[in-house]
Design a protein around this ligand. Sequence first.
Ligand SMILES: C[S@@+](CC[C@H](N)C(=O)[O-])C[C@H]1O[C@@H](n2cnc3c(N)ncnc32)[C@H](O)[C@@H]1O
Length: 291
Amino acid sequence: MSEATITHSGHADSTVTKGKSAGVVFDMSEGPADPASYDVFAPFYDAFTAGSDYDAWAGYVLALADEYGLAGRKLLDLACGTGNSFVPFLRAGFEVTGCDASGAMLAEAARKAPAARLVEADVRELPTLDRFHLVTCFDDSLNYLSEERDLASAFGSIAANLHREGLAMFDLNTLLAYRTTFATDSVSAHGDVIFAWRGASRADAAPGCRADASIEVFAPRGRGLYERVTSVHAQRHFPRERVLDALRRAGLACLGVHGVLADGGLVPDADELRHLKVLYVARLAEGGVDE
Ligand SMILES: C[S@@+](CC[C@H](N)C(=O)[O-])C[C@H]1O[C@@H](n2cnc3c(N)ncnc32)[C@H](O)[C@@H]1O
């Protein structure tokens, strides 16, 4: 396996090597990792999402992208995490760039997919890396943005990286997700790693609500001992009209909003109270930015 190399945006000349792919080492000299960052959750992310069928999802997304006239094979996957969301596209022959704010998530992606170009950057302030035919952002990553202006900035990053005929496709959690998944507790296991999900939202959460969930990981460390790792996932709901407004302000035109079914299948009409996620499709607007 090749060495994991991750470029930091903003320091285009300094390619930062985070560590050997066989065992990435992180500098903990600044104290314990922030539980609100994905860095603490990165080693467990793939086990936590082992039940997700990323291949099927990519198949549904690609079929829809073709319907909307996908014009080429250059993909930018924003908030790509450990690479699961872009790996099926790599296999399908796409030239892939992945971007994420978490160096630890990207280190996992680099080990998994040395062929991808990886950039450590915040989705709100991504410079133009190229002009991509498809810009994706999946698995409710944009719900981690806490303000509408952050969402508009993220859409600005998308616009700055879209090919003139390119498509942007991103999903968001619905109100149903914040009234159910984020409002309940559950326990799951993958192998001998145990995950306890605690949703702090409410069954009557209102449109635009903020919602936290924490995930406690219990990972065996030998001799009957378990390491406990806590990550906090602070999200917010973005109602459709706010999303459409933020898209407009970033110079993007919405082409469609689709409902996401439990198996990842997509339906033409999205319903905030029937689907757990919705998928937006957008492209550059004719006149550009609409102030
Ligand atoms: C649920 S994971 C999704 C990862 C991947 N897209 C997938 O489908 O498996 C959310 C990702 O969003 C990233 N993220 C959250 N806020 C971000 C931001 N402001 N800029 C860039 N990445 C961000 C996290 O680091 C994490 O990797």
